[in-house]
Write a protein that binds this ligand. Structure first.
Ligand code: HEC
Ligand code: HEC
Length: 356
């Protein structure tokens, strides 16, 4: 069945179908690079590749092993582990609405596209994630099955796999992972007053209050200030030091991960990270760039005490991290609000394909 479908696809050379986004009226279509237009066929190929362990050197690791669909494409361990067992320093980011990101990874100001970001897991050597470097031709050979030939042909008009088309297809798939169907969206944009509970509305008001300041860094349609789309005149790339560490009472972060400072070598950027989206946040524990906070309640406790080591001076900590008092009841309401950002249709829609 698969084979005959594949040969049917191989025999025709029709142009790929433009991708149809299904987005609510309040949400802009993401900006897409001109040299990698969104097509149904590109996304379908990207999906097959995303779940395929053949993409890693020893065929043990797929993108989806670190980015699990049921967890909003994050994972439940503190930090990721690469194909040869080496631990990375960071927690796997959820892949939700990445199409709207103004920057990629937890802290980088100079990776301008998903296409560029994907080169990291594929080709990184220190530490190895998927270990493609030096093994390109062997890995490409694995994608010359009749099924893949049909998929590559349909997406890019050439049945032969190349690293270039692999990266393009993966980027298209990642770009297609959009989620705007949570109870919060239903309440705020679809006008359904019943979509949130009283407790969640109380939490919503706390989230958008000057007391907690959450919205300052986690605002906008994607619950992060760091976003880019056609409704926005220019793209901004804010990074913040939340005071998660303060090793020496002078604001230093552990040498293993100093955030944006590692990229810019500008002291001002010590411990600065991107505020990630809070969509589907209930599914993506543990939290923060190193997975060092286990639960949402503890995240709120962390902000309420003004970051860690708040009593020690810290020249880098954002002025919005100033600490606040919050009752147990209010904390529960804030957590309930964060849970209203969970989009059940998103995790149901995106699953590991049956075969593989
Ligand atoms: C070994 C685990 C692992 C594998 C395999 C992996 N990733 Fe990741 N991914 C991560 C981690 C960890 C981060 C955060 C990296 C950082 O901040 O430096 C990340 C970040 C990303 C981001 C950036 C998201 C954002 O919001 O900025 C994208 C996109 C991404 N990965 C896509 C992929 C794709 C596509 C693949 C397969 C080719 C893949 N990843 C394979 C662990 C992994
Ligand atoms: C000054 C900007 C700022 C403010 C204010 C802020 N955050 Fe954050 N938030 C961040 C940054 C930056 C990170 C990532 C920090 C890191 O990993 O080191 C983060 C991480 C998080 C995470 C973990 C995300 C993940 O994927 O692991 C949660 C949850 C969160 N914030 C919720 C909140 C809530 C709730 C509030 C209000 C009480 C709040 N934030 C206030 C900037 C901010």
């Amino acid at each position: 069945m698969l084979v005959s479908l594949a040969s049917l696809l191989l025999s025709c050379t029709k142009a790929p179908t433009p991708y149809s986004w299904s987005l609510p009226h309040n949400v802009p279509i993401p900006l897409v690079p001109e040299d990698n237009p969104m097509t149904e066929e590109g996304v379908a190929l990207g999906e097959a590749l995303f779940f395929d362990r053949a993409l890693s050197v020893n065929q043990t690791l797929s993108c989806a092993d670190c980015h699990q669909p049921a967890l909003s494409f994050a994972e439940s361990q503190k930090v990721s582990v690469g194909a040869n067992g080496e631990a990375l320093k960071r927690n796997a980011l959820a892949l939700v609405n990445v199409a709207y990101n103004a920057s990629f990874t937890w802290a980088h100001n100079n990776l301008e596209s998903i296409e560029k970001q994907i080169l990291i897991p594929l080709f990184n050597e220190h530490p190895i994630e998927m270990g493609v470097t030096g093994n390109e031709s062997e890995i490409l050979r694995r994608f010359s099955t009749i099924e893949y030939k049909a998929l590559f042909k349909a997406a890019y008009g050439d049945e032969r796999a190349s690293m270039n088309t692999i990266v393009k297809a993966l980027a298209s798939y990642v770009r297609s992972l959009v989620s705007f169907n949570s109870p919060f969206d239903d309440y705020a944009y679809a006008g359904n007053d019943q979509a949130l509970t009283k407790q969640q509305i109380k939490g919503l008001n706390l989230f958008f209050s000057e007391r907690t300041e959450c919205f300052h860094c986690h605002g906008g349609i994607n619950f992060t200030q760091s976003s880019k789309h056609s409704f926005q005149a220019f793209s901004v790339q804010p990074f913040h030091n939340t005071g998660l560490y303060n090793e020496d009472g002078k604001g230093s972060y552990p040498l293993s991960d100093v955030g944006l400072y590692a990229i810019t070598h500008n002291k001002r950027d010590m411990g600065k990270f991107r505020a990630p989206t809070l969509r589907n946040i209930e599914l993506t524990a543990p939290y923060m760039h190193d997975g060092s906070i286990a639960t949402l309640e503890e995240v709120i406790d962390f902000y309420a005490r003004g970051g860690n080591y708040a009593e020690m001076p810290n020249p880098y900590r954002s002025p919005f991290i100033k600490g606040f008092t919050i009752t147990e009841e209010e904390k529960a309401a804030l957590v309930a609000f964060l849970q209203s950002l969970t989009d059940q249709t998103f995790t149901k829609m995106h699953k590991r394909p049956e075969k593989k």
